[in-house]
Write a protein that binds this ligand. Structure first.
Ligand SMILES: Nc1ncnc2c1ncn2[C@@H]1O[C@H](COP(=O)(O)OP(=O)(O)OP(=O)(O)O)[C@@H](O)[C@H]1O
Length: 266
């Protein structure tokens, strides 16, 4: 028998009052696979993320990580099981250096405390430097986090997420608020790290260039339902997806060159 996928979500459902925010959604993510979860505003992406990292209890359905049931486990237990997450708003300690931020995260994972003085300042130092190298931040290790440009804060946040040794990394709009050139760079870094470490990545993103350039597979939600799933080219050509985004325009802009059937710009 082959091993179960890294993440398996089956029949997930969650309503808010009368709104079916997530409605019978099933999908999987393999180790080392980069999967985008997209959909118009209010489609249910955040609710879906919160179901997967155990923050929310589903009304129905199951979340399995390598076959182990983590449904509604809560973020702490899901984290210990191997589900990491980065948020839209980066969370770092501004007064610490970049390296100390990562050391703190590593130490916390080992039940230790990182103190920036005495012997404590060497806790997990080498591992922190290794993660900073992976995230493209080694050269900035000794800078106070407060001095970083926003793109580098996001890279530091990636290193901090890696400190938890995730097997599945949920990235909530990783490129939000970044300049276009920085976005591509961050996505390239995140994808390279995930491939190297065999981490499965599930990310939400409004920037369709980032989605179509970097996802192996795209899941499309619309009003809580999974309306399409597949390779970027297939999803882009899917009539239901195009209809869901009609009037939004973002999906059509995120492609190289014109495509038959695209709405004409006047
Ligand atoms: N805590 C909540 N209480 C009530 N309704 C909620 C709550 N969270 C989400 N909803 C509703 O559930 C639906 C899905 O919302 P969700 O935030 O999951 O969508 P989304 O795809 O992440 O949207 P966006 O792209 O705008 O962030 C929406 O109709 C939203 O108003």
């Amino acid at each position: 028998m082959s091993a179960p996928p890294l993440l398996t979500a089956t029949g997930l459902a969650r309503a808010w009052g009368g709104v079916r925010a997530v409605d019978d959604v099933s999908f999987s993510v393999a180790a080392g696979e980069i999967v985008a979860l997209i959909g118009p505003n209010g489609a249910g992406k955040s609710t879906c993320f919160n179901l997967i990292n155990g923050q929310l209890q589903p009304d129905a359905g199951r979340v399995l990580l390598s076959g182990r049931d983590i449904t509604g486990a809560g973020p702490a237990r899901a984290f210990r099981a191997g589900v990491g997450r980065t948020f839209q708003i980066a969370a770092t300690f501004a007064s610490m250096t970049v390296r100390e931020n990562v050391q703190t995260a590593l130490a916390a994972g080992r039940g230790q405390i990182m103190r920036p003085w005495g012997a404590g300042r060497n806790v997990a130092r080498d591992d922190a430097m290794r993660l900073l190298a992976l995230s493209g931040m080694a050269a900035q290790a000794e800078r106070p986090a407060a001095e970083l440009a926003y793109g580098d804060v996001k890279r530091l946040e990636l290193a901090i997420a890696l400190a938890g040794a995730p097997r599945l990394l949920l990235m909530d709009e990783p490129t939000a608020g970044m300049a276009p050139a920085d976005r591509a760079d961050l996505m390239r870094t995140a994808v390279a790290v995930a491939r190297k470490q065999n981490i499965g990545v599930l990310f939400t993103e409004h920037d369709m260039d980032a989605v179509f350039a970097h996802a192996d597979r795209i899941l499309v939600l619309d009003r809580g339902r999974l309306i399409a799933s597949g390779a970027p080219a297939d999803v882009r050509d899917n009539a239901a997806v195009r209809a869901a985004y009609l009037g939004d325009g973002v999906l059509f802009a995120a492609t190289s060159g014109p495509h038959p059937g695209d709405p004409k710009s006047s």
